[in-house]
Ligand binder design. Structure first.
Ligand code: FAD
Length: 383
């Protein structure tokens, strides 16, 4: 693995860092308190080409490789995970799935709009009754002449209240488990699709999370992406790369914790000297630093495998599992460095801890990733 960044990767990281410092960090606390990120940020992410990373320029993308994608995701995660999630879902799960599985018509219809930020995508897999066991989803699509008619419900859908299109997973036919699942691109203004905002989240409070209810939603046969019955492969391939993006966002959280804790330790004085002089405070800082480096290297390894065409699903599970648990640990350690001031939201670390916590839950809980890694090691499924 080459650990040196190219000129292009260095430039994109600098651009993302400047953008995050100027446009996101000054607003992040207000968006968190108001439970709403300013929608205008999506267009700005598009203008800079961030929403088109790794997508072919012929479809409005900005090219770039997966390490550049990780670097931008890390910088957004350092600034505000609620904003990072917009990109991870709209680009990482939706646009990249369309690029990988969609027809020429799907690509021409949706990719330029998703890459520019004119449109936002959401990913509709989880249902009220099926979370980790997503293959047993019950939303159903029934063929009616040249159309499909879809009924069911999805929950916890990131970007849900904003999105213009949902990559929706539904059961077609009678095949059991993952074999019976197909994937559809459904415009969110299709009659019968209702969206209801989910409020009161512990973290990612600025993010537009929604429940989707589908009551007789009619779409043409051309809305299906990938062959009938291949929808679960679409979902799993999206999530494998998506886990790299979540891991990169966690690296960003951990990096923000490191910067905030080192800075505070150098300023706060107790017992006649800055707390940076106390060995047990240095231990907290050292633990954060080691977690940051390990999480970053594991995440970059996934990008390296993708670029070299090597298998990367287990590496993505390893990176996501480690980085998400590390982000929680780093935020908790940083909060300890801040003492009581860490507990109020005028300082950044409380929000970092709340935002980090969900990372061990979505795109596969920590338990699910341990089972995936265990299956890869032993050849035995323990699900
Ligand atoms: P459950 O699956 O009910 O799990 C509960 C507990 O049981 C967990 O600890 C889990 O690890 C454990 N468990 C379950 N099965 C096993 C097993 N076999 N062995 C050991 N332990 C097990 N979904 C989308 O489709 N699109 C989105 O955009 C999206 N965004 C989200 C945003 C947020 C803020 C949140 C909170 C969730 C989001 N999700 C989204 C859903 C997320 O992916 C699910 O919450 C996750 O898959 C877990 O499902 P669950 O919450 O139903 O928990």
């Amino acid at each position: 693995m080459n650990l040196e960044l190219t000129e292009e990767q260095t430039a994109v990281r600098r651009l993302a860092r400047q953008f995050a410092d100027r446009e996101i960090i000054p607003n992040a606390t207000a968006w968190d308190r108001a439970e709403a990120v300013d929608r205008a940020i999506v267009g700005k992410l598009g203008d800079l080409g961030f929403l088109g990373l790794t997508i072919d320029e012929a479809y409005g993308g900005s090219g770039g490789d997966h390490l550049a994608y990780c670097l931008v995701t890390e910088e957004l995660g350092r600034a505000d995970s609620a904003v990072r999630g917009i990109l991870s879902v709209s680009l990482g799960l939706v646009a990249k799935s369309i690029a990988a599985w969609g027809s020429e018509e799907h690509k021409r219809t949706w990719l330029p709009r998703l890459c520019s930020g004119e449109a936002v995508g959401c990913f509709g897999l989880t249902e009220p009754g099926t979370g980790s066991d997503a293959a047993n989803l019950t939303t159903r699509a029934v063929r009616d002449g040249g159309d499909w008619v879809i009924d069911g419900a999805k929950t916890f859908i990131t970007n849900g209240t904003w999105a213009d299109v949902v990559l929706l997973f539904a059961r077609t036919g009678d095949a059991p488990g993952h074999k019976g699942v197909s994937a559809f691109l459904v415009p969110t203004d299709t009659p019968g699709l209702e969206r209801c905002a989910i409020h009161g989240k512990l973290g990612l409070r600025g993010q537009a999370t929604a429940e989707l209810v589908l009551d007789g939603v009619r779409v043409p046969a051309t809305a299906m992406i990938a062959p009938e019955g291949k929808g679960f492969s679409v979902a799993m391939s999206a999530l494998a790369k998506g886990r790299m993006s979540v891991a990169a966002g966690c690296v960003g959280i951990a990096q923000a914790c490191l910067e905030a804790a080192v800075d505070y330790a150098g300023q706060r004085e107790q017992f006649g000297r800055t707390i940076a002089h106390h060995q047990l405070v240095q231990e907290l800082l050292a633990d954060i630093a080691v977690d940051v480096d390990a999480a970053r290297l594991l995440t970059w390894r996934v990008a390296d495998h993708i670029e070299r065409g090597l298998p990367f699903a287990t590496e993505a599970s390893v990176a996501k599992l480690h980085a998400s648990e590390a982000a929680v640990r780093c935020a908790n350690n940083a909060l300890q460095v801040f003492g009581g001031y860490g507990y109020i939201d005028e300082y950044p670390v409380g929000k970092l801890l709340r935002d980090a916590r969900v990372m061990t839950l979505y795109e596969g809980t920590s338990q699910i990733h341990k089972l995936l890694i265990g299956r890869a090691l032993t050849g035995v499924s323990a699900f």
